[in-house]
Design a protein around this ligand. Structure first.
Ligand code: NAD
Length: 307
């Protein structure tokens, strides 16, 4: 029985909807639908497409008896109870390759912003103050970058950084020493990476092991004045320890927070801190990545339905 009904619960490019239709799916597009409404209407759909907004837990999964495929328009599956879905025979698919370049380029941009105090200068000039001489920058050239997580994104970041003549250290739970050396990087332990790097950038998935993996001890090992970039998941960094260590660090750039949008007092204090720049989870927000996600995901959905 083919003709599958697809409910798309978050905003996606028009081209993705067309792609699904041309693959023979019947598509209902309800971007931003509330969780309550979704639970009410999900029965009868075989495929649910969503992004990071919804928590796809047991309750949601159980509200659709016909559900066969959960499709994340993007990469991270940390908002999905994957084990439960799989135990119910529901396939979980995503588009893990599509946004790596966009996230890696954003990471490079954030590194440059931190090293050259770009945010401070742009903000000062807009406010009418000519800040030349007020915030002297540093070059990336010759500095050591620590890349935590040498997967799709970390590998690109390492390659870009090496091409800018940075010394690149890599930490990963897998042995990636050969691939690392191929891009001019070196695999070391996390402690050595933290104590040697002028800047540390995080590219691990959120798992029980990486939850708050950068916490009090890790901050105490980092060099005084080191920079931290996080484009992975907010929960990878212990925000309490981060706030307490901001004075020791040179600067911090975050594209992800443990609460998005942020409301907690602690996150608001981190955001307001002059050494911190925050972007609103825009790692994959480029035209190219959004298009590519649609291509990759449509194929993955079709394969999962035909299985
Ligand atoms: P990936 O799975 O390709 O790579 C992750 C790497 O981390 C792997 O090499 C893995 O072995 C390693 N790893 C896992 N646990 C580790 C640990 N405890 N210590 C050290 N290394 C560990 O993932 P990816 O596609 O490169 O994505 C990386 C992160 O970026 C994910 O958290 C993802 O959710 C996030 N992401 C963010 C955005 C954004 O918009 N900011 C977009 C896409 C992905």
């Amino acid at each position: 029985a083919f003709v599958s009904r697809v409910l798309v619960a978050d905003s996606v490019p028009e081209s993705f909807l067309q792609r699904l239709s041309s693959l023979g799916f019947s598509v209902d597009y309800r971007p931003g639908v509330s969780r309550e409404a979704l639970v009410e209407m999900l029965d009868g759909y075989e495929v649910l497409v969503f992004r990071s907004r919804l928590r796809v837990n047991r309750e949601l999964i159980d509200s659709a008896t016909s559900l066969r495929v959960l499709a994340r328009y993007g990469v991270g599956l940390d908002n999905v109870d994957v084990d439960y879905a799989v135990s119910r025979g529901i396939a979980v698919v995503n588009a893990p390759c599509s946004s790596a370049v966009s996230v890696a380029e954003l990471t490079l941009g954030l590194l440059l912003m931190l090293f050259r105090n770009l945010y401070q200068h742009v903000d000062s000039v807009k406010k009418g103050y000519w800040s030349k001489g007020a915030f002297v920058g540093r070059e990336l050239h010759g500095k050591t970058l620590g890349v935590v997580g040498f997967g799709r994104i970390g590998r690109l970041v390492a390659r870009y950084a090496a091409s800018l003549n940075m010394r690149v250290l890599v930490a990963d739970v897998r042995d990636v020493s050969r691939e690392a050396s191929e891009v001019g990087a070196e695999q070391v332990g996390l402690e050595e990476l933290l104590s040697s790097s002028h800047a540390v950038t995080l590219h691990v998935p959120l798992t029980p092991k990486t939850h708050r993996m950068i916490s009090w001890r890790e901050f105490s090992i980092m060099r005084e004045g080191a920079f931290l970039v996080n484009t992975s998941r907010g929960e990878v960094v212990d925000s309490e320890a981060l706030l307490a260590n901001l004075d020791r660090l040179g600067g911090v750039a975050l594209d992800v927070l443990e609460e998005e949008p942020p409301r907690s007092e602690r996150l608001l204090r981190i955001i307001a801190h002059p050494k911190v720049i925050v972007t609103p989870h825009i790692g994959a927000e480029t035209l190219e990545a959004q298009e590519r996600i649609g291509e990759e995901l449509a194929v993955a959905i079709r394969e999962a339905v035909e299985r």
